[in-house]
Structure formats: C-alpha cells, structure tokens
Write a protein that binds this ligand. Structure first.
Ligand code: CTP
Ligand code: CA
Length: 226
C-alpha cells in the first residue's frame, strides 16, 4: 500500500512495459514457451506506477497477479504482443522485459497432431517479429526505450550489440546461466549497458531491480514535478 504523500516524479508520464513469456501454438494442445515468470516485468510496471507513471503492461501468459495501479493487457503470442504494444503508443517510455519466443511454427496445426507410422513430426520454425527493435527503430518510438538481454555467454559484448541493433537507450544485461536460475527465480543480477558505459548492479530482489531502474529513468527523464 502506498503512502498517500509518496513522491510522484513520473506523474503525467506514460509507459508501456512487456512482461512474461509468449506461447507460440503448435496445434490446439501444444505450444513453444520458455521459463519466464513475469516477475521482473510486473515489478517494473508496478514500480513505474508507484512513481506516478501511467502504465500499460502487456503480459504474456503468467500465473502471478496483475500489478496494482496498472492497465494489464494479456496476450499469448509474439505477434499479439507487438500489436498490443503498438496500440498502447504513443508513450514517453517503453521497457521491454518479456522473454519473447524467438520462433513459432510456420504452420499451426488446425487439429491435434497424432502419433503414427510416419514417426515424430518435423516442425518448421520461422522467426517472430522483434518487438523491441520494431519500436526502437519505429516512427512512434518513445523518447526512452529500455530492453533486457538474456545471455549465457559474452554477456556485455552481446548486450552492447543489442543496444545498437535494437535502437535502445539502455539494455539491462542478465546472465541467465547463473546458479539458482534467474528465469523464474526471485532475484536478479543485472548490468545496465548504455551509451555512457556499464553499471554493475549488485544481486537484488527483482522488486529492488525495478525500483533502481525507475530511479535511473527519473534521473534520465527528469522529474515531472507534479
Ligand atoms: N525482444 C523482443 N522481441 C523479440 C525478441 C526479443 O522485444 N522477438 C526483446 C526482449 O524483450 C529483450 C530484448 O529484446 O528486451 C533482448 O531479448 P533477447 O532474447 O536477449 O535477444 P534476441 O534479440 O532475441 O537475441 P538472442 O535470443 O538470439 O540472444
Ligand atoms: Ca531471444
């Protein structure tokens, strides 16, 4: 519960946040997914709202509750997530936290695929749209665009490459091979990579990563003074 007189440095500012995994259907009973729980994205949406921001949270399928004080739009696939983000623009800032499935099957089965004499099916995959890159290079680009980079190798080099390739102002790089499991776990270790260099943040609860990111956003955008 918020103190009624808590400072609202982001009052009057609008944000879009993506969170959770996406599910890409193979047939009516199966899908491609990943281990994302939505905890980090939901925490960021909530922290922005607590700072006074007006927030649209575009979430893939998650089991955690919708954050308070935020408009949550639920989607399933990467393509639906891109559409929902585009519909939420214009915004002053966009934070792309979702673990978007990189691939979907080329042709979704209309009925359940059955076992049979032909052996296992061969799934043909096609690449999903890159939501962050589309918005980061798009006409309606928000003034502030932040992404994440989930890496198991060459963390900072890969994050720096993503910063450029996706047109982001900052990338929060996290090593998803760390013991304990970042994806689905309660804590996160991130490095904030921007044009001004790299900030190594200590391991924190995901809610604290969210608050620290909001502090960085306020410093970057300037408090609205409302
Ligand atoms: N992202 C996105 N849409 C996609 C894939 C990724 O918006 N189709 C966003 C994620 O939300 C994250 C950032 O891009 O903010 C980086 O995601 P990541 O999976 O680390 O990078 P990819 O570009 O997909 O590259 P790869 O998985 O091959 O490392
Ligand atoms: Ca990816």
């Amino acid at each position: 519960v918020l103190a009624p007189n808590a400072p609202k440095p982001l009052a009057g500012r609008c944000f879009v946040v993506t969170s959770g995994p996406t599910h890409e259907p193979i047939d009516p009973v199966r899908y491609i997914a990943n281990r994302s729980s939505g905890q980090q994205g939901h925490a960021i949406a909530q922290a922005l709202a607590e700072a006074g921001g007006e927030v649209v949270l575009v979430s893939g399928p998650v089991v955690i509750p919708d954050p308070q004080g935020v408009r949550t739009v639920k989607v399933e696939t990467a393509r639906q997530m891109l559409k929902a983000v585009e519909e939420a623009l214009p915004a002053d800032g966009a934070i792309f936290v979702a673990a978007v499935a990189d691939w979907r099957v080329a042709t979704e089965g209309a009925s359940k695929t059955k076992k049979g004499a032909d052996g296992p099916p061969r799934l043909e995959l096609v690449e999903n749209p890159d939501i962050l890159a589309t918005i980061g290079h798009g006409e309606k680009r928000p003034k502030l665009v932040v992404g994440f980079a989930a890496e198991t190798n060459d963390l900072l080099a890969n994050a720096q490459a993503k910063l450029m390739r996706k047109g982001a102002d900052a990338i929060l790089a996290n090593d998803v091979s760390l013991e304990g499991g970042v994806m689905g776990g309660p804590r996160n270790t991130v490095h904030l990579v921007s044009e001004s260099g790299v900030e190594d943040w200590p391991t924190m609860a995901k809610a604290d990563v969210a608050r620290r990111l909001v502090d960085w956003i306020v410093a970057r955008m300037g408090a609205s003074g409302a």
